[in-house]
Each structure stands twice: as C-alpha cells, then as structure tokens.
Write a protein that binds this ligand. Structure first.
Ligand SMILES: [Zn+2]
Ligand SMILES: [Zn+2]
Length: 401
C-alpha cells in the first residue's frame, strides 16, 4: 500500500466528516480521495473508521499511528470530549480485536490510546460520574469487592462506555465515601456484568457532599442511578474536590501553600462530631499527618482574619486573599496526633494568629508560651470536646516545652 501522507490524512478526515453528517455519500468521497492519490480501499477504511470512532463502535481495519493521532486530536477539537471518549472506546475495541486476530501487539497505537486516556490537563478535561452503591450493599462489602475494579450491569453499559478517565464519586446514605479515577473500561465475558472497570480508588471523608449537591442540583433528582454530569458541572466539582485535597506538609510549607491558593480553596467545616484520623505518610523519615487547607481557611474566616491572641494586632493586607494577613496554627500540634484517638486536624484546633504571635507561640520562653496556650485552650476547650478531643493545660504545656 502506498504511503499515506499527512495531507492525505487531513483530506480523508474532512471527507469522512462530510459523509458522517450526510453531506456527501461515501462513493463520491472515495472518488475524491482517489483523485487525491489515496488507494480506494484505504479511503473507504478512513471514512468508515471515522464513523466508528464517532459512534464508539469497534472497527476492524487498521489506521496507522499518524492517522490515529490525527483523528483523535481533531475529533476532540471539532466535537469535544464526549465524542473523544467514544473514539477512545472504539480504538480500544479495535486494538483488542486486531491484537487477538493478528497475534501481535500494537505498541505505537496503544501508546497513543494511553496518552489520551491518561492526560488530565485542560486539553482533555475530565467528567464526574455520580454512582450510588445502593441499599443492598454496605460500604465495607463494596470496598472488599472493589479494590481495583468493579463490574457494571448491562442496563448502564452504554453510559459507562463513555466514562473513561472520569472521576466516579461513590455515594452511600447521602455521603461521598470514595472516589475512583477510571483508567480503563473493558468488555467482560460475563453477560450480566458486561463491563469491567479499572480505577484508582481513594476513600474520601473530606469531600463536602452538600457542596456537590449544590453544584449538581439542576440535573440530579435522586441518587439512584449512574449519572454522568455535564462538562460545566463536572468542572465545578473537580475544582471543588481539588480544593479539598489533603496536604502532607509541615506547618511552614502548609502556611505558604494556604497563602498561595487561598482563593481557590472552598472553606469547609466537618460535622460537629469526632473525626477519623487521616492516614499518615512517611516523608523523609518523618511521620506526617495530612492537613486539610479547607479547614484552615474556615478557621481564618471564622476569626475574621484577626489575630486570636488580640484582635487589635495589625499586620498587612495579603495580596492573594485581600484580607489581613494571618497564619493558621494548630493549637495541639499535628505531630502529637498519635496521642489522640480522633483527628486534631479540625477547625476547632486551628487558630488564626498574626505572624508575630505565631512565631512567639513556637519560639518564646515557656512562661510566655504558656500564657498564650492557657488563653487559647480556654477559648477552644468546648469546641474541641465536640470533636472528641480532650487535653489538659499541663499536657499542652508539656507538648510545647
Ligand atoms: Zn504554628
Ligand atoms: Zn497577634
């Protein structure tokens, strides 16, 4: 077969589009492509494959790598994300068909497919899927059976096929309890559950479900069935979820991060009940407990960006928040999290301090520190109790000594 040039690929794509929308019949398009130097059969394949990609159907004749990439780039450009998802699905089916029948591996084409599936930047935006796990399943059972994949029933097959690269929010009893990043959707041989999903599952207890309902309200009636949210709603929710990320940072770096990103963070207060301790991570040999910057922002807001030692302490206007610059300090430091059975990364434990008082509470003499600690503990004791945290004055003094 004669080599297909880039110009031919572009021409074929344009002709295939015309055929797809019914502005031209396939014979005429093939004739024109032949005039352009394409082999008649290849021209036919290029037209049919475009249709299959648009409709998310398996095709059997192979395009070369350059054509494959050109088609995917341009389908995304011309028709948007949902058609791209169809095209990726069609391509994946094609690869599996071709590799099986030819007993080969399509390395180059697979690389292209994976690049598109894995890219998460603005160019290939992600969608949100809301997936309730239903009355009959418990979270425990769901997690046991779904550590790396789950199977989906036939009635949702069509929708799920379009969900590669989406973020699935799993819902039970009105709460988001887990988040899955779908990496791959595969046909299975099981008739009842025809699709297998592969994803990275993370448990979440930091996503404010009420916010998500607020964003998704126009489309969501009840959370009984799968729902693929539209792009605008998905983007809002993704932005929100990203603002709720846990940071494995020490206090100084967390303060810098908070300052830099404060306008992107949605402040958030967890329910007034003891909160589960978030998993720690080993960073450079140190055990680090994560911080939720949404809680820190909530604490600063609640203090009206004033210093909680003395609200007359003046600092300066922060360029990012346009509010008075203050810092977030954990009264009970996160490094002693292990001594508590509930999380101490809660707004009740986060104090808004002017930079001077913040340095002071860390570096002053014990006498000076203890005066501050006693006052702050007195202010926060009741709030802390609501979250299952009890600490005595002397215990706190010792932590800071
Ligand atoms: Zn501090
Ligand atoms: Zn101060």
């Amino acid at each position: 077969m004669a080599k297909i040039t880039t110009g031919m690929i572009q021409q074929a794509y344009e002709e295939a589009k015309l055929v797809y929308v019914g502005q031209k019949n396939q014979t005429d398009a093939q004739n024109d492509l032949e005039d352009y130097g394409l082999n008649r059969n290849s021209a036919g394949d290029l037209i049919v494959n475009f249709r299959c990609m648009m409709d998310g159907q398996k095709f059997t004749r192979t395009n070369n790598a350059e054509t494959t990439k050109y088609y995917l780039d341009n389908i995304l450009h011309d028709y948007g994300r949902s058609k791209l998802l169809n095209a990726l699905y069609a391509l994946e089916q094609h690869i599996e068909y071709y590799e099986d029948s030819q007993n080969t591996t399509m390395h180059k084409i697979r690389d292209i497919l994976e690049d598109f599936q894995n890219s998460k930047d603005e160019e290939y935006p992600q969608y949100i899927v809301i997936q309730p796990i239903g009355k009959n399943n418990t979270i425990k059972n769901f997690l046991k059976d779904n550590s790396t994949r789950w199977a989906e029933k036939i009635r949702y097959k069509k929708q799920w096929k379009q969900s590669v690269n989406s973020i699935v929010l799993f819902i039970k009893d009105g709460k988001v309890f887990a988040k899955g990043d779908i990496t791959k959707i595969k046909e299975s041989k099981d008739n009842k559950y025809p699709l297998d999903f592969y994803y990275n599952l993370t448990l979440v207890d930091n996503i404010n479900y009420k916010m998500i309902i607020e964003y998704a309200k126009p489309k969501l009636g009840n959370f009984r069935t799968y729902e693929l949210l539209d792009f605008k709603t998905s983007s809002k929710i993704i932005k929100y979820i990203n603002s709720q990320k846990l940071m494995y940072l020490d206090e100084d770096n967390a303060d810098i991060e908070l300052q830099k990103t404060i306008n992107k963070i949605t402040s958030f207060k967890p329910e007034e009940e003891p909160q589960k301790i978030k998993d720690s991570k080993e960073v450079k040999g140190n055990k680090i407990f994560p911080r939720n910057l949404a809680y820190a922002k909530f604490a600063l807001e609640k203090a009206h960006y004033l210093c909680e030692i003395d609200n007359k302490h003046k600092t300066f206007t922060s360029n990012s928040s346009k509010k008075q610059f203050v810092e977030a300090h954990h009264l009970i430091p996160l490094k002693v999290q292990d001594e508590f059975i509930y999380s101490i990364d809660i707004p009740a434990n986060i104090i808004s301090l002017c930079p001077n008082c913040h340095r002071k509470i860390h570096f002053a003499s014990s006498e000076d520190k203890n005066i501050m600690l006693e006052e702050l503990l007195h202010k926060r004791q009741d709030d802390l109790k609501m979250y299952g945290i009890k600490v005595s004055k002397n215990n706190l003094f010792n932590i800071y000594a």
